[in-house]
Design a protein around this ligand. Structure first.
Ligand SMILES: [Zn+2]
Ligand SMILES: [Zn+2]
Length: 175
């Protein structure tokens, strides 16, 4: 959803707030696609601080369905996002593009709420999501979900060190 900021941008001291629906349906990262399973409206407040500087604040919360890094069971992971940044529009459009990647959600006087949220998720998301802290993962030999019980393979006893190795293995597989 694009938000038109021109009213705020044209008047020093002006402040405006929006509450817009999130249109994002999936989040893409490093070749993975995580569906958005629930979301709240995106609340955004932009304040004109003068001298072509703007304060941006807001919040939302997005729940993604992410496979557990060990057993691949889908996990619903909720990112609580808060935005709080200062935008400096005194830099030319070009300089801004080169200088700071984080303002890619701005295009002219338009703020792309979905893009802002995506950047927030990218910062918020942990390297890996587990269904539970002590998830035993899948047996490396037969693929059985070891949370449901041992499978009888020799390698069945997955100690924490093994689980870590398996995480690394899974990461390579995902790339
Ligand atoms: Zn798991
Ligand atoms: Zn097994």
């Amino acid at each position: 959803m694009l938000i038109d900021l021109s009213d705020v941008f044209n008047l020093d001291g002006k402040e405006a707030s929006w509450e817009v629906p999130l249109e994002l349906k999936e989040f893409h990262t490093g070749g993975n696609v995580y569906p958005v399973v629930s979301d709240e409206p995106v609340k955004i407040t932009v304040q004109n601080l003068g001298n072509r500087k703007f304060g941006l604040s807001g919040e939302t919360s997005v729940t993604l369905k992410i496979p557990c890094a060990r057993c691949l069971k889908p996990v619903e992971y909720t990112c609580g996002l808060t935005f709080d940044e200062e935008l400096d529009m005194s830099v030319s459009g070009e300089g801004r593009k080169e200088g700071s990647e984080e303002q890619a959600f701005l295009s002219g006087y338009q703020l792309d709420a979905d893009r802002l949220v995506c950047e927030g998720i990218a910062l918020e998301l942990p390297m890996r999501v587990l269904c539970r802290e002590d998830c035993k993962g899948l047996c490396g030999k037969c693929g059985k979900d070891l949370n449901e019980g041992p499978c009888g393979c020799d390698t069945a006893s997955v100690d924490p060190r093994m689980a870590r190795i398996q995480d690394i293995f899974n990461q390579f597989k995902e790339v």
